[in-house]
Design a protein around this ligand. Structure first.
Ligand code: UDP
Length: 329
């Protein structure tokens, strides 16, 4: 059984990855500082509460847990915040990530799956976006992830540290068992916000910009079920363990939905009228982001099992109606 370190494994995507990884027979060690993660989200494996800034801790974990591979999701991930506090993003997503790579190299850990983002592309020149599309991030978050991808490339050249970088489009939905789901505080993501409005626990829902050059003026995104996203991590770590060379994959459904379409789908799922107000654009938001995920389908045999937007929203709705987690950790 392989020992895999999952950084950020108490967070939204990380907790789904850790669960699936354990189910696939890996020994899972989660490292999370619980700044945004939840203790209850770690259903399987061991949780170590700590930070990527702690170089000694990273070294100890690699040694004591006999880590063979890493899935690195610990990061700050809010586009809006990244345009207000760029230093936080460069420090946590780039500088502290280097601590992790150094600990890996020093302890002979050979491969890593990195959680990257569609935000590396910036305003797309063509849709759907393939991995060879130029990367010109419009926000600090995307730029911090692109920097780290470049660092990974260098570490591969110099130390043979192999990586798979997964460029996520919009992760959404909740684990179908209903045990874990999306719970950020404050919440900034569209689908949970729309559902909170439907539940009556949120007073206002704002559409950030209705003057984009899209069919209804609102931003278009490619929403992918968090379970499908998690599956790709398992495929990637298995492929790396079997010797796969470094590469980058997009992860999305290949279908774009506007903010208005998401609200309409949520109205159908919840059976409630969901009122929204038009507000100004959010800094750093490209008009359209839709993925081509043909490469990972072809090379690793990945296939989204829940591509339908309503199925995604239904799983999130079950989770939100159930009340989510109790506290912040
Ligand atoms: N959005 C919105 N109102 C909200 C939250 C998000 O109109 O309260 C929009 C946002 O501008 C973007 C889309 O919904 O176009 C998805 O945003 P989210 O924050 O969920 O994900 P991101 O695309 O930033 O990763």
């Amino acid at each position: 059984m392989k020992n895999i370190l999952v950084t950020g494994g108490a967070g939204y995507i990380g907790s789904h990855v850790a669960k699936k990884l354990a189910e696939a027979g890996f020994n899972v060690i989660v490292l999370d500082n619980l700044s945004k993660g939840h203790r209850e989200a770690v259903l399987k494996g061991k949780l170590i509460v700590g930070d990527l800034a702690d170089v000694d801790l990273l070294d100890r974990i690699m040694k004591e847990e006999g880590i063979e591979g890493v899935i690195h999701l610990a990061a700050d991930s809010l586009v809006g915040e990244s345009m207000e506090k760029p230093g936080k993003y460069y420090r946590n997503n780039v500088a502290n990530g280097i601590n992790l790579l150094e600990a890996m190299v020093n302890n002979g850990v050979e491969y890593i799956v990195f959680s990257s983002t569609a935000a590396v592309y910036g305003e797309p020149e063509e849709i759907p976006i393939t991995e060879s599309h130029p990367a010109n991030p419009e926000n600090t978050y995307g730029e911090s992830k692109l920097f780290f991808e470049k660092i990974l490339k260098r570490y591969d050249e110099i130390y043979n540290l192999r990586y798979v970088s997964l460029r996520y489009f919009n992760a959404a939905g909740a684990d179908l068992s209903g045990q874990i789901g999306e719970a950020h505080d404050p919440e900034t993501h569209l689908i949970p916000i729309v559902l909170e409005k439907a539940l009556g626990v949120r007073e206002k829902l704002y559409i950030f910009g209705a003057d984009y050059p899209t069919k209804d003026g609102t931003c278009i995104r490619d929403y992918i079920h968090v379970e499908d996203l998690a599956d790709a991590h398992i495929l990637a770590i298995e492929a790396l363990a079997a010797g796969l060379e470094s590469r980058i994959y997009n992860l999305g459904n290949g279908e774009g939905y506007s903010v208005r379409e998401v609200i309409e789908a949520a109205e159908e799922v919840t059976g409630k009228k969901i009122e929204a107000e038009i507000a100004g654009r959010r800094a750093g938001d490209p008009a359209v982001l839709v993925a081509s995920s043909e490469k990972i389908k072809k090379e690793l045999g990945w296939k989204p099992l829940y591509p339908d937007l309503k199925t995604i929203i239904e799983s999130a709705w079950r989770w939100h109606k159930g009340g989510g987690f109790d506290g912040n950790d």
